[in-house]
Write a protein that binds this ligand. Structure first.
Ligand SMILES: Cc1cc2nc3c(=O)[nH]c(=O)nc-3n(C[C@H](O)[C@H](O)[C@H](O)COP(=O)(O)OP(=O)(O)OC[C@H]3O[C@@H](n4cnc5c(N)ncnc54)[C@H](O)[C@@H]3O)c2cc1C
Length: 417
């Protein structure tokens, strides 16, 4: 369709991308009396938001000390002081609770809607858009932006031209592209002169080559200590929950280690060990094993091992011991006992890589912060362009910190656009 046939629509604020940060920005701008359009390429708003937190939406983190909260954002900490002074995690609680969406706090201060249903969060935001007369355009991908000097003038979809006094780009990063965040917008931002730190999967599971782990797919184990090695040299350890999958390992501990593990691949081969008894010294564990063997002398050792190994894992870990499954407990040697203790303290994994964008919670990379005004989220290159959410290069862990970034940056852009 050529330009003359495109329908022209005029607004004060045009928000491109109807995810978490775009909906927040559009609603806040409209509450200020601005004539707002939100343009989303999917048939519905908030497709990614609907699947967050395993469908429960870890909406923020209930760490109300802003300094401690911001410490989670590594290099972006300083940049975020101003936006968080305008909209903090505490404000997220009041914002949603005032919209009849009570929030409950779980382990590690992770906050969820009481309904435990992520689409309720999307609906709360959607309602704000409707109540404030935001013009919602779904099934409308923006394919091009026009500029005039230091101003953005138009955003073009296949069949419409959206002109605006201000533009907010809230098109997300690269993770789970099936939700719409395909990262193609980075190409036009580059064309507009912005510097984009190349994107890579982050908060992402790891792939392993060990069949014993693959066979445990679906098993999750709490309080495991994982130690990572590069070329056999110890790099770092973390303790937490692991989820075994058919391709490797996941779960909060692993997801939050992924970035550091990616760095280890620059050194060389990456391996890991899982300590299933991080609070028990190896000597004590050996003694406990001996006691159990003594109490079950005539049993097959495999049945005794079942009582020692973490629940649900014995069948797949046992082959690592190299002990005949039918061997009686009373014929287990000292060396074999020691092997059992050593394996349980260091279950071996070979890490083959990080999984891709399709399994990543977020992507690392995006527009660099030195090109954004911290007080307003305005581009330093264009007077009327604002950037929010995952499109920004801000590293953070899992636990509600990504969505809080969206609420904060969306709010600030909505307030200033
Ligand atoms: C499986 C999963 C679980 C997660 N769970 C949590 C969690 O529990 N807690 C947490 O804090 N974070 C979580 N996250 C991260 C969180 O979802 C993101 O940080 C957040 O959704 C990013 O919001 P956003 O507004 O930047 O972009 P998105 O939510 O990705 O929205 C961007 C929108 O822009 C649209 N778009 C893209 N290009 C165009 C275009 N050219 N024209 C028009 N529209 C366009 C897309 O279709 C999309 O709807 C999770 C992520 C995933 C993948």
């Amino acid at each position: 369709m050529n330009r003359s046939k495109k329908e022209k629509r005029e607004f004060d604020v045009v928000v491109i991308g109807g995810g978490a940060s775009g909906m927040m920005a559009a609603g806040i701008a409209a509450k200020r009396g601005r004539k707002v359009a939100i343009v989303e390429k999917n048939k519905k708003l908030g497709k990614k938001l609907d699947i967050t937190g395993g469908g429960r939406c870890n909406i923020t983190n209930a760490e109300h000390d802003v300094h401690k909260f911001l410490a989670k954002y590594s290099d972006a900490q300083q940049f975020l002081y101003s936006p968080f002074s305008q909209f903090s995690a505490e404000d997220t609680f009041s914002f949603f609770e005032n919209r009849k969406l009570p929030i409950v706090v779980e382990a590690r201060k992770r906050a969820f809607p009481k309904t435990q249903n992520a689409p309720d969060v999307t609906n709360a935001l959607y309602k704000m858009l409707i109540e404030n007369n935001v013009n919602i355009f779904t099934d409308s991908a923006i394919i091009e932006m026009k500029k005039d000097g230091e101003k953005i003038t138009e955003a073009h979809s296949k069949d419409a031209i959206f002109s605006g006094k201000s533009f907010i780009i809230a098109t997300g990063g690269n993770s789970h592209p099936e939700t719409g965040s395909t990262g193609d917008v980075f190409k036009w931002l580059k064309k507009l002169g912005h510097t984009i730190k190349e994107s890579s999967p982050d908060i992402v599971p790891l792939s392993t080559s060990d069949s014993w782990g693959h066979k445990l797919s679906g098993t999750s184990l709490s309080f495991m200590k994982v130690t990572f090695y590069a070329n056999g040299k110890r790099a770092f350890s973390e303790t937490g929950k692991i989820l075994f999958t058919h391709f490797g390992v996941s779960g909060p501990l692993i997801l939050n280690c992924a970035r550091k593990v990616a760095d280890l691949f620059h050194i060389g081969k990456v391996t890991a060990t899982i300590d299933a008894f991080p609070d028990t010294e190896i000597g004590t564990l050996e003694k406990n094993i001996l006691k159990l063997i003594d109490a079950n002398k005539n049993k097959d050792f495999f049945n005794v091992f079942k009582e020692i190994a973490p629940k649900g894992t014995s069948v797949h870990i046992f082959p690592l011991l190299g002990i005949d499954a039918s061997k009686k407990s009373n014929s287990i040697t000292k060396e074999e006992r020691s092997k059992v203790a050593h394996i349980l303290k260091a279950l071996p994994l070979t890490i083959t890589g990080l999984m891709g964008f399709d399994r990543a919670v977020v992507s690392d990379g995006g527009v660099i912060l030195s090109e954004i005004d911290t007080k307003t989220m305005r581009s330093r290159l264009y007077k009327n362009l604002y950037l929010t959410g995952d499109i920004l290069h801000i590293q953070r862990p899992s636990g509600g910190y990504s969505l809080q970034l969206c609420w904060t940056t969306g709010y600030v852009a909505g307030l200033n656009s």
